[in-house]
Design a protein around this ligand. Sequence first.
Ligand SMILES: NC(=O)c1ccc[n+]([C@@H]2O[C@H](COP(=O)([O-])OP(=O)(O)OC[C@H]3O[C@@H](n4cnc5c(N)ncnc54)[C@H](OP(=O)(O)O)[C@@H]3O)[C@@H](O)[C@H]2O)c1
Length: 336
Amino acid sequence: MKAIVYEHIGDPSVLHLVDRPVPEPDRGEVLVRVAYSGVNPSDWKMRRQFPLPAGWQIPGQDGAGVIEAVGEGVDQDLVGERVWLWEAAWQRPWGTAAEYTVVPVRQAVRLGDASFELGACLGIPFLTAHRCLTAGEYLPDSLRAGALSDHTVLVQGGAGAVGNAAIQLAAWADACVIATVSSAEKAQLAAAAGASVVINYRERDVVEEVRKVAPDGVHTIVEVSPARNAATDVQLLHHGGVVCVYADDGGGEVTLPIGPLVVPNARWQFVLVYTLPKAAKAQAVVDVAAAAAQGGIRVGEEAGLPLHRYPLSATAAAHQAVEDSVVGKVLVSASE
Ligand SMILES: NC(=O)c1ccc[n+]([C@@H]2O[C@H](COP(=O)([O-])OP(=O)(O)OC[C@H]3O[C@@H](n4cnc5c(N)ncnc54)[C@H](OP(=O)(O)O)[C@@H]3O)[C@@H](O)[C@H]2O)c1
């Protein structure tokens, strides 16, 4: 099979196209013929920083494809099933940037009739967004249509991959969604994703604009830029509200005023998708799969998430695009 491999950490030039034998699924694993690999910032961050215990690594946490074979202990009927994959390369060398990969069976989730492009976009962004929308004390543990009907959610950075996922999931669960962006182009994307109010944070006062829609504050803030936005977030929390922080502002720090946060029993919740509590991760997988099956999640410009497709041989360019913060979602086609 063709695969992208790196044997040293570094810039995108460490990624090489190689020929390898198709792997055999171990006990409890499935072999998947990959259609698309979804590229996330953590793919390039790991490529630049993480040690390689196996001495080599195929990158790519997310993906989608078809189960071709199963290992011992796995139901043979799964062969032929269309699936989406999550965390394929987390503490294992078999990522999705290859014609085939092997994953534990619980990390291959039925995709039904949804497209492989959609499947490859689900893993990291949507599981992260799900946690952000369910981690507060007064939030439901699971999402479905109607689950957030009494809630207002502020998504800081509504044109980002996780921001888009948070808007789509919150809108599917019937929340009132407000999003911030930095340009008119990004405002269109956030609105297409399902935000009912979009604020350009470069041109408008976010606190003033949010208060027009939510005079008592918002229940959840999905936060991409916690250091820069902390002073804004403090002023916007509803009683019992939560700020869910999933990015680190390039190593930023947050200082919070105690008084204004004690009174409403507010929370700051930190989120890393790889190390979520087990039950929360399992629920996120179930709910995201349901949202995709019901058409509650979409991809492409019309859903606020433009797709950028690269052939497998151009995976280095795909990584570079994500490092350069391209707007939308980068996909690698494993069959090209
Ligand atoms: N903790 C986790 O489990 C987890 C999961 C996924 C991703 N992440 C991390 O989260 C970050 C974002 O990932 P992504 O895939 O969503 O990236 P992305 O698609 O590049 O989106 C980032 C978005 O944040 C916006 N932004 C930046 N500063 C902002 C600010 N002060 N206020 C509002 N919006 C702001 C950017 O737009 P403008 O600059 O134009 O505003 C951009 O739309 C990365 O660092 C990634 O590693 C963490």
